[in-house]
Design a protein around this ligand. Structure first.
Ligand SMILES: [Zn+2]
Ligand SMILES: [Zn+2]
Length: 365
């Protein structure tokens, strides 16, 4: 038995290969992948030809195909169950893991050599099936599984991780809550996830920013519950925030934009009330020339970097999906077959002028 997989072999290129299915130990399993989301971080992985070959795809949902006896007992799932996988393969016993902060576990930190992580580990590490752009994915003993609630499709559940990030950042890390005004800078998948989470947490007013060319994505933001959408190259964001808050300004600003760096961060600081919080998630800020640290001090601002999600955040995302009161399908814009993984990655990596938001791969179509 083999698995068809789109193997990332060079910068911006994958090729279809048939890889053998593993013999499973008692504490491992095998997933039949049904939907694998394309993440913004996949674009950087895809452009990097210096690592691999590997199978990309770390936002994976599928049916449990095979389970060792020990895995069945430990994970509490059975063959045929629909599960959403996290990308992390944490060690389970370091201080971060013991504190429930396993996304910080060094054993699954893909910036370190030898770490294991779905969607980045190479096919040279047995049994090769570490990514979702493949018919089957190996369920490692350290895998983190979430049962998909009844009535939630695999296609929707493929958003469990990005939406989980939304809950982690806007709610658990940012403290969005009733009565608050939250500004989300950037209308991509992560920005929209923050909108959904902030509204679910009870935020009174959620404002999303983008550019005039993001019209489609801003329209989706409205469908997901955003109260105001601003094209910052056309309208004044500070004026809007001042107006809707009666001059008290925002409680929380989340920077999930993919560019603009200093202007976006400094601009975000100006939107905050005293003792407000600025979350930075966008990775473009390697160094900020002209960063307004005086504004942080003057406003007693909490500045916090955010990365990834906790188990709890992903459960919140799946529970929200099961409630069906937010039209999350509005985010699910494109689906591609395994043969079209390159097209899918290029679409997400491009300007997305055609309104692509959440793109996923269906490996069996
Ligand atoms: Zn991701
Ligand atoms: Zn650990």
């Amino acid at each position: 038995m083999t698995s068809r997989a789109a193997v990332h072999v060079a910068a911006k290129r994958t090729e279809i290969r048939e890889l053998p299915l593993p013999l499973l130990a008692s504490d491992a399993g095998l997933l039949r992948v049904v939907a694998a989301g394309v993440c913004g971080s996949d674009i950087a992985y895809y452009a990097d030809g210096s690592v691999g070959p590997r199978i990309l795809g770390h936002e994976n949902v599928g049916l449990v195909e095979q389970l060792g006896a020990l895995a069945r007992e430990r994970w509490g799932v059975r063959e045929g169950d629909l599960v959403a996988l996290e990308e992390y393969l944490p060690c389970g016993h370091c201080a971060d893991c013991r504190a429930g902060e396993y996304r910080s576990c060094l054993q699954t930190d893909n910036t370190r050599a030898g770490a294991l992580r779905y969607g980045t580990t190479g096919i040279d590490v047995p049994p090769a099936l570490w990514g979702g752009y493949s018919q089957y994915q190996y369920l490692h003993p350290r895998a983190v599984l979430h049962r998909v609630p009844a009535g939630v499709s695999a296609r929707l559940a493929a958003m469990a991780l990005p939406l989980g990030n939304g809950f982690q950042w806007a709610y658990l890390d940012g403290g969005a809550g009733p009565g608050q005004t939250v500004v989300v800078q950037g209308p991509g998948q992560q920005g929209l996830a923050c909108v959904v989470a902030a509204k679910a947490a009870g935020a009174k007013t959620v404002i999303v920013t983008g550019l005039a060319r993001d019209e489609t994505r801003l329209a989706v933001a409205k469908r997901l519950g955003a109260d105001h959408c601003v094209a910052v190259d056309r309208d004044s964001l500070p004026d809007l925030v001042a107006e809707v808050t009666g001059g008290t300004l925002a409680d929380l600003v989340i920077d999930v934009s993919s560019g603009g760096a200093t202007a976006v961060v400094n601009g975000g600081l100006e939107l905050l009330r005293k003792r407000g919080t600025l979350l930075v998630a966008a990775y473009k800020h390697a160094a900020l020339d002209g960063f307004a640290i005086d504004a942080v001090i003057r406003g007693q601002i909490t500045l916090r970097g955010v990365r990834g999600h906790s188990f709890r955040a992903v459960e919140m995302a799946l529970n929200l999906m099961a409630q069906h009161d937010v039209d999350l399908n509005a985010m699910a814009t494109h689906e591609f077959a395994l043969d079209d993984v390159d097209r899918a990655l290029r679409l997400v990596g491009g300007e997305r002028g055609d309104g692509a938001i959440q793109v996923s791969i269906a490996p069996w179509s």
